[in-house]
Design a protein around this ligand. Structure first.
Ligand SMILES: N[C@@H](CCC(=O)N[C@@H](CS)C(=O)NCC(=O)O)C(=O)O
Length: 205
């Protein structure tokens, strides 16, 4: 399988973490949407990452659809996402907050870093930043209740939260400077010792 995209993207990295947690072999092609537009367009018509090209050439796009497939083929015991019912809904709820934080943190970074200064609409950026902080506060509350966001072992919710926090610390640091998230930081520290997280950490290069 070929994972398309760089681990700077939280959507790519969370996919890479799941691949590693499930011990699914893959290669990674570190293409960037800014620099490798034409090549990515051949794989994904909306020119976004991640994509996952399966061994038979089938191409999956969007981290949600990719992870759905990876869990189907690689997590028969439903460790990362419970099979059904309230437990599944609870993990999906927290995972969606983490994914939403990623989306808004990426939007905040695009607003600040990709637009000419005179075209930045401050009210909109403040709204986006507030959405990131609202999501992070909810995750912090869940993280402060135990070793994991939900239940007694690592799930998709933890993967998303840790990847979101790490992305924020790299790309939109101004959003965590004044508001530390100690329980999430502790969770990220514990996860950072696992190869799936350590080996996918973004290294600027
Ligand atoms: N919902 C998508 C979001 C993917 C996404 O926004 N990826 C960013 C990279 S961090 C991207 O491709 N940006 C280029 C663009 O949207 O034009 C997912 O979960 O995979």
């Amino acid at each position: 399988m070929d994972l398309i995209g760089r681990n700077l993207s939280p959507f790519v990295r969370r996919t890479a973490v799941i691949l590693k947690l499930l011990d699914l072999p893959y290669e990674q092609r570190g293409l960037s949407t800014a620099d490798d537009t034409e090549e990515i367009a051949k794989i994904n018509p909306v020119v976004r990452v991640p994509s996952l090209v399966l061994d038979d050439g089938e191409c999956l796009i969007d981290s949600n659809a990719i992870i759905d497939h990876l869990l189907e083929v690689g997590d028969p015991d439903h460790q990362l996402l419970p099979a059904a019912g309230a437990e599944r809904r609870a993990v999906l709820h927290l995972a969606a907050i983490g994914h939403g934080v990623m989306e808004k943190a990426v939007a905040s970074s695009y607003e600040r870093n990709r637009r000419p200064k005179e075209k930045v609409f401050d009210e909109w950026v403040s709204m986006v930043d507030g959405q990131v902080q609202g999501g992070m506060a909810a995750l912090e509350q869940a993280a402060s209740k135990g070793d994991f966001l939900h239940g007694d072992h690592l799930t998709l919710a933890d993967v998303n939260a840790v990847v979101a926090l790490d992305f924020i610390a790299i790309a939109v640091r101004y959003l965590v400077k004044e508001t530390p998230y100690p329980a999430l930081a502790a969770l990220a520290g514990r996860c950072g010792e696992l190869p799936a997280f350590a080996e996918t950490a973004f290294k600027p290069g």
